[in-house]
Design a protein around this ligand. Structure first.
Ligand SMILES: [Fe+2]
Ligand SMILES: [Fe+2]
Length: 250
């Protein structure tokens, strides 16, 4: 009896060549490239302390949040359409993303040296690694089986585009699904990216300018927090995704 393709074991995206994954523009190749960068940044966070670690954490967030936001807006809806068990698979990664957002938001609210901060950073790193493995070993090989290389490249373009304009900070209150996350993308992204410019300036400014910059950055973060709370930004959420921790920590 001939073997059905569905009976063959899944091959992790990590073990395949670019050509097997649909070529350089394929969403699977683009994802793997970002995951490799993520791994390098995580190692930098683990190897540093003090200012150097804060900088490494910032760089990690600037990579991770647009990456994940674009997954939630573009890739997981496509996976739900293409895979019979897409709902269960994507709700699992949405829960991981939600927990990472909640933990990083808590790290943002803390100060260096606060009790429990180190533990939060460790937990966020463990979850990031788990998320990459779930995507590369399970979800993406399934997507690869269900879609043609041309479809994987089309998804790669859409994901890459959204990633370039997506928010760059943790936003645990917005929905992890459309339409809420799509509606929130532009206002949150504008606020986050302005904040990133201010934060970079703060690092290289004399004390009085840096103090004003920090106040401005805090105000932008507060404004983003208000935007997140608007009811339309929470539309589409699967109720099981929210852990409730965000509410507890506020
Ligand atoms: Fe990813
Ligand atoms: Fe992810």
């Amino acid at each position: 009896m001939p073997t059905r393709i569905d009976d063959l074991p899944l091959r992790s995206v990590a073990e395949q060549s670019d050509a097997e994954l649909g070529g350089p523009g394929s969403v699977l190749v683009r994802q793997r490239r970002d995951h490799e960068k993520l791994d390098r940044l995580v190692r930098r966070v683990e190897a540093t302390t003090g200012d150097a670690q804060d900088e490494a954490l910032e760089d990690l967030c600037r990579l991770v949040f647009p990456h994940a936001f674009a997954e939630e807006a573009v890739l997981w809806p496509a996976a739900r359409r293409a895979l019979p068990d897409g709902e269960a698979l994507t709700v699992e990664v949405e829960r991981e993303h939600q927990e990472i957002n909640e933990i990083v938001a808590a790290v943002d609210r803390s100060r260096r040296g606060d009790a429990g901060r180190e533990e939060l950073v460790r937990r966020a790193i463990a979850l990031l690694r788990e998320d990459v493995r779930d995507e590369e070993d399970e979800l993406f090989p399934r997507l690869q089986r269900a879609l043609t290389p041309a479809e994987l490249r089309r998804l790669g373009r859409a994901w890459g585009l959204v990633r370039r304009i997506a928010p760059t900070h943790a936003h645990p209150v917005v929905a992890r699904r459309p339409p809420g996350n799509v509606l929130s993308a532009l206002p949150l992204s504008a606020l986050d990216r302005t904040r990133d410019v201010v934060d970079r300036g703060v690092r290289h400014s004399p004390a009085p300018v840096a103090a004003a910059g920090r106040r401005l950055s805090g105000a932008l973060a507060g404004l983003a927090g208000l935007v997140e709370q608007l009811p339309p930004m929470r539309r589409g959420e699967d109720p099981s995704t929210t852990s409730g921790r965000t509410e507890l920590e506020r």
